[in-house]
Design a protein around this ligand. Structure first.
Ligand SMILES: Nc1ncnc2c1ncn2[C@@H]1O[C@H](COP(=O)(O)OP(=O)(O)OP(=O)(O)O)[C@@H](O)[C@H]1O
Ligand SMILES: [Mg+2]
Length: 256
């Protein structure tokens, strides 16, 4: 399916409301509940309104359990919101079928997970190559581009190493190269420094800021690492609303 078809799939009732091109992400009263063990709904993400511009670098802050990962998963189309509208790159993600969301994710989202999520049986190069399955570019260019991406994150000398043969910081570099594989407009990172020692974490953060800037991608990082947050011009506090209330709070922007 082409991007134009993906867009067309979400048009109709939504056509008029599509955000302007300068906006990459728009959330309107998005909230998420999960069924709890006793059958009662558990609020995972309090209602949130949020707009993120193309190329912006934004941190999502908030204590453990405030819904940061939930919000990233909604942006990636991995889970659907219980209520509200989600637009990413002109696509109304919440109205897509599961298979269309898979295609949307393959094309529009690069996701760096806290624990890297690399495929253990494959080399660094293969991990990046395998992520290119969804892209329209021919197989031919993939090999070269995967190598270039690994060079860009400083791993040109580790192409044939498997994850177990790499340090934690190197594995996170592979994960970043993999997230960039399809030139996504939106790069998401969930606690990208949490599994790393302090200085490796700082290096990975600087790398994320740099590669997303160079690639012209929007970067959204979830973290409760206060030190990391100081590197972002904009920090959005997630989950400030008391449970049960339907009122939408304006997200507090700490700076920028
Ligand atoms: N699949 C699920 N089923 C039920 N409850 C869930 C589910 N996923 C998340 N939750 C609940 O939603 C809340 C938000 O979870 P989430 O993982 O988004 O928080 P977080 O801000 O990322 O926390 P942390 O900083 O610890 O990573 C938590 O209270 C959690 O228990
Ligand atoms: Mg989390």
């Amino acid at each position: 399916m082409r991007d134009s078809e993906l867009l067309a799939e979400t048009e109709g009732e939504l056509g008029e409301a599509r955000p302007p091109l300068t906006t990459l992400v728009r959330l309107e009263r998005v909230e998420k509940e999960f069924p709890g063990p006793d059958g009662k709904a558990v609020q995972a993400l309090a209602p949130i309104d949020l707009e993120i511009a193309r190329r912006e670098q934004v941190a999502l802050a908030g204590p453990s359990g405030s819904g940061k990962s939930t919000l990233l998963n909604i942006l990636a189309g991995i889970i659907l919101p219980s209520r509200g509208r989600v637009w990413v790159n002109g696509v109304a993600v919440d109205s897509l079928s599961e298979s269309a969301r898979d295609r949307f994710r393959g094309r529009s989202i690069g996701y760096v997970y806290q624990n890297f999520n690399l495929l253990s049986g494959f080399t660094a190069l293969e991990n990046v190559l395998l992520a290119m399955g969804f892209s329209r570019a021919g197989q031919k260019g993939h090999f070269q581009r995967a190598g270039e991406l690994l060079e860009r994150v400083g791993l040109g000398h580790r192409l044939r190493h498997r994850p177990a043969q790499l340090s934690s910081g190197e594995q996170q570099r592979v994960a970043i190269a993999r997230a960039l594989a399809n030139q996504p407009p939106l790069l998401l990172a969930d606690e990208p420094t949490a599994s790393l020692d302090f200085w490796t974490g700082r290096m990975i953060l600087e790398l994320l800021l740099e590669v997303s800037y160079q690639a012209g991608a929007t970067l959204v990082v979830a973290s409760h690492d206060r030190d990391l947050l100081t590197r972002f011009g904009r920090v959005v506090e997630v989950g400030q609303l008391q449970q049960g209330s339907r009122k939408v709070l304006t997200n507090s922007v700490l700076s920028g």
